[in-house]
Design a protein around this ligand. Structure first.
Ligand SMILES: Cc1cc2nc3c(=O)[nH]c(=O)nc-3n(C[C@H](O)[C@H](O)[C@H](O)COP(=O)(O)OP(=O)(O)OC[C@H]3O[C@@H](n4cnc5c(N)ncnc54)[C@H](O)[C@@H]3O)c2cc1C
Length: 370
């Protein structure tokens, strides 16, 4: 009989195992290695947290996240990193990275028993964890099985299934931090595959001033990935001039449009084609043509959809927070905990999701230590 069985050796499960030192713990993981997402995250450098972590960077915005971050936020995570002798460096948007993801993976190597290549099939009351390698008993079970995104790295829907079997509700699951596919009107985006530029992307009541990247499927890049977190069908807006006005650039009447805009030339050419306008000297633009060009300041369109769960960094939606206490324990079943992405908490791009893995694991640790 174990004190705690942690299901999943991903970010949240590994943090929890690290905190829970004096208990008899078992970790069950179906991959052949621990922390597969950590390994490849942040381009192999793991964007672990952010200087500006705030509950407003999470969807849905909630008191639950606010209270959790107050107890275990970025200060606590950075302190933990320092105490472990690890070093992070900060990028200009406040993201903290390691030199290599392996740095943190080395520290997160669990000191407890870990069963790799072992599939969690079911959890029965009591608790009995049924796997393809046998049944394991424990007083407490922590579901740290992550979301649906990136199946090739081990993601499954098992966490949600276990929650449902114990009477929990799951808010709708959607791919998030993912690119948008486009409708035929925006097919010109595809011709710009590989072109990147800085822009302001507006969605719901949020604005993201970061790079966008055109791709053969539509549009992606940091600002778009962030927008996808708040997108619920309908239109989004891009200001390709980042808050500046067209008139500030098109000042020389005898010069062509393409030579005066602070945007990649091929982008301007494709944009002009999409509105049926030839590149011409600015003095020859009529009022109607000026109006069409003004769309560069507020290009509105409705994405067709997203690149899907296989390309989404995270899954939006999950175990309903109203059914979880502040220590991440189920209000329905004592001793059953949920941490990390399986919960209905999704952070923006920039280290917010590993922060959540840490924060929720820390609160579960407090709960399990009571
Ligand atoms: C490509 C990519 C890059 C990312 N980069 C960043 C970044 O730089 N910064 C950031 O903050 N976030 C990043 N994220 C998001 C971050 O990785 C996740 O939010 C975080 O890992 C969630 O932690 P978790 O413990 O909830 O789930 P996971 O880390 O996904 O762990 C879940 C574990 O459960 C295992 N599992 C699933 N089903 C079963 C089963 N039935 N039986 C046994 N084991 C099972 C999985 O194999 C996995 O190891 C990235 C995600 C992706 C896909």
């Amino acid at each position: 009989m174990y004190d705690v069985i942690i299901l999943g050796a991903g970010a949240s499960g590994l943090f929890l195992a690290e905190f829970l030192k004096n208990k008899k713990i078992l970790i069950i993981e179906h991959n052949s290695k621990i922390g597969e997402k950590i390994k490849i995250s942040g381009g192999g450098k793991c964007n672990i947290t952010n200087k500006y972590v705030n509950y407003k960077n999470y969807y849905p915005e909630s008191e639950f996240v606010k209270n959790t971050l107050q107890k275990a936020g970025n200060k606590e995570l950075l302190k933990w990193i320092k105490n472990k002798g690890l070093k992070v460096y900060e990028l200009k948007e406040g993201q903290y990275f390691f030199k290599s993801s392996q740095d943190i993976l080395n520290v997160l190597q669990p000191g407890c028993k870990v069963l790799l290549n072992t599939e969690v099939l079911e959890v029965k009351e009591g608790f009995e964890v049924v796997t393809d390698k046998g049944v394991f008993k424990s007083k407490n079970v922590v579901v740290a099985l992550g979301g649906r995104s990136y199946k090739k790295l081990g993601a499954s829907e098992k966490g949600y299934e276990i929650a449902k079997n114990f009477g929990h509700t799951i808010t709708p699951l959607k791919p998030a931090l993912v690119g948008f596919t486009v409708q035929p009107q925006e097919n010109w985006f595809k011709k710009l595959s590989g072109v990147s530029l800085r822009a302001d992307v507006y969605v719901s009541d949020k604005k993201f001033s970061q790079n966008i990247l055109f791709s053969h499927r539509g549009i992606t890049g940091p600002a778009v990935l962030n927008a996808s977190l708040y997108w619920e069908k309908g239109r989004i807006k891009i200001d390709f001039l980042s808050g500046k006005k067209l008139e500030e650039f098109l000042t020389k009447g005898h010069k062509q449009i393409t030579t005066q805009l602070p945007l990649p030339k091929n982008f301007v050419k494709e944009f002009l084609k999409s509105i049926g306008l030839d590149d011409k000297k600015v003095k020859f633009l009529n009022t109607n043509e000026w109006e069409m060009l003004k769309h560069l300041e507020n290009y509105e369109f409705a994405p067709a959809g997203t690149f899907g769960f296989e390309r989404a960094e995270v899954t939006k939606g999950g175990v309903n927070l109203n059914e979880i206490n502040r220590y991440m324990e189920s209000k329905k079943v004592k001793g059953l905990y949920f941490i990390g992405e399986v919960l209905d908490v999704t952070g923006e791009l920039g280290g917010y999701n590993f922060q959540w893995a840490f924060s929720s694991a820390y609160l579960a640790f407090l709960g399990l230590s009571l």
